[in-house]
Design a protein around this ligand. Sequence first.
Ligand code: C2E
Ligand code: CA
Ligand code: CA
Ligand code: CA
Length: 280
Amino acid sequence: AKREGKDTLKFFDQSMQIQARQRMELEGELRHALNRNELSLHFQPQVDPGSHQIKGMEALLRWNHPTMGSVSPAKFIPLAEETGLILPIGEWVMQQACIQAASWHRHFGPKSPRMAVNVSPRQLKKGAFLDVVQKVLAETSLPPGLLEIELTESTIMEDSCNTITLLEEFHRLGLMIAVDDFGTGYSSLSYLTRLPVDVLKIDRSFVSGIGTDLNSEVIIRGILSLAESMELNVVAEGVEDREHLEFFQNHPCQLFQGYYFHKPMTGDQATALLKDQLTR
Ligand code: C2E
Ligand code: CA
Ligand code: CA
Ligand code: CA
């Protein structure tokens, strides 16, 4: 039995080595992804439940590698965060998202959707992010009210003193601020009263529990009533089927984002969809 234990240990050791090597290889590739034009943005509509009109678009990063194919954001975003590559990549995302949003704004006018951009904690910590946003807004002439930044609860909580100042500066610029994956992070909600937040995004894990998991439904109801009393907007993420939708008929929420309505799509596809909807 002792020998067996030793072999198992050796096996784990090897597999850890393989994992570490794969990670390093992936990191090496990610370093070049931006220069080699392997990154792109997809956009997922956020729709109004009554009219089904598209009010927002979330920018979602994609990495298409020549031999590995498409690499999941769940895999490469954490790597980008750990290595600091999220700084140049995040700046590029902000720039590309605003170029797209400004182009829609020129084509579709006041009805064009707001652009939601995911922002990592690392980007906020490096003080230059405010400058990046200001520079991109100036370059693209995007009305700041059409830009929303999505921060997770843990990002917001990480270093609360500085975050407040920074978020207030974003607010002063006219941006909207959304709390992503809401409900999954911190039990203390007191930060909501202190921070200039506009939108709560109910995490997909709760929406997928509708109809099967009472706890999820209880949490969603809690989030909706909290949002109502604090006058915050709510986006329900991961709305996939009729059952999800029916639940929200009795528990109104401002916007839906999910496969039931639209999957993430390329910029051209999103433009065509908006053209179809907004110029009818
Ligand atoms: P997220 O911000 O929570 O984004 C929503 C994720 O849920 C997206 O996954 C989207 O494709 C997926 N989704 C939307 N509707 C549905 C649905 O009805 N069913 C299911 N099963 N999934 C749905 P994606 O694109 O793979 O992105 C994963 C995560 O990667 C994002 O989660 C976000 O945390 C991160 N991410 C993506 N783009 C960026 C970026 O530009 N910057 C940063 N910092 N993070 C990003
Ligand atoms: Ca998000
Ligand atoms: Ca989310
Ligand atoms: Ca998430």
